[in-house]
Write a protein that binds this ligand. Structure first.
Ligand SMILES: [Zn+2]
Ligand SMILES: [Zn+2]
Length: 169
């Protein structure tokens, strides 16, 4: 397993819980490759936990199912179209409580690091500050990576800034 694909905008999809190990065959290439994507697939056909990482990385799964793996909203004007295409069609997405959305910084998509709660955010003041805007203190303190209100953490690949937003059930 030396050639596991890497994703610059989702560096550790196993750690974030969006990819699991297992021997189910991939519906795109038909091979059992040991890793199955469990995150969202936006396509006309329902594709649930049936894609390997290789078919996501090379774009073949997105092409076959005319699928996208995440949603983007409020994309800054300076983000190149090629970056958007990579995030939408060649990067594992992540599941949020509400419609999830990718974050951007320094004219690029940021790297998704995973779900976080209040405790984790305390260690990253700049991310805490972003989440804090517009939510109550009680809500903020109740944030949990596994609970019913959750923060989603990103990091800029250029300046290193942490970005985050939150949603709830
Ligand atoms: Zn495959
Ligand atoms: Zn940046």
């Amino acid at each position: 397993m030396t050639d596991v694909p890497t994703f610059r905008y989702h560096p550790d999809p196993v750690a974030t819980g969006e990819v699991i190990t297992g021997n189910a065959p991939c519906r795109c290439c038909g091979r059992q490759r040991g890793f199955i994507y469990t995150g969202p697939v936006y396509s006309a056909e329902e594709v649930v936990e049936e894609l390997c990482l290789w078919c996501i990385a090379d774009g073949s799964a997105a092409t076959l199912f005319e699928a996208e793996f995440t949603d983007v909203a409020d994309v800054p004007d300076d983000v190149p179209r090629a970056v958007l295409t990579e995030v939408l069609t060649r990067t594992p997405g992540f599941s949020g409580w509400q419609q999830e959305h990718w974050m951007f910084h320094c004219a690029d998509a940021a790297a998704y690091l995973g779900k976080v709660g209040y405790e984790e955010l305390l260690a990253i003041p700049e991310a805490l500050e972003m989440v804090q805007r517009g939510v109550s203190d009680t809500y903020l303190r109740a944030l949990s990576a596994t609970g019913e209100s959750t923060g989603y953490l990103f990091q800029c690949r250029h300046c290193g800034a942490h970005l985050a937003y939150c949603d709830h059930v």
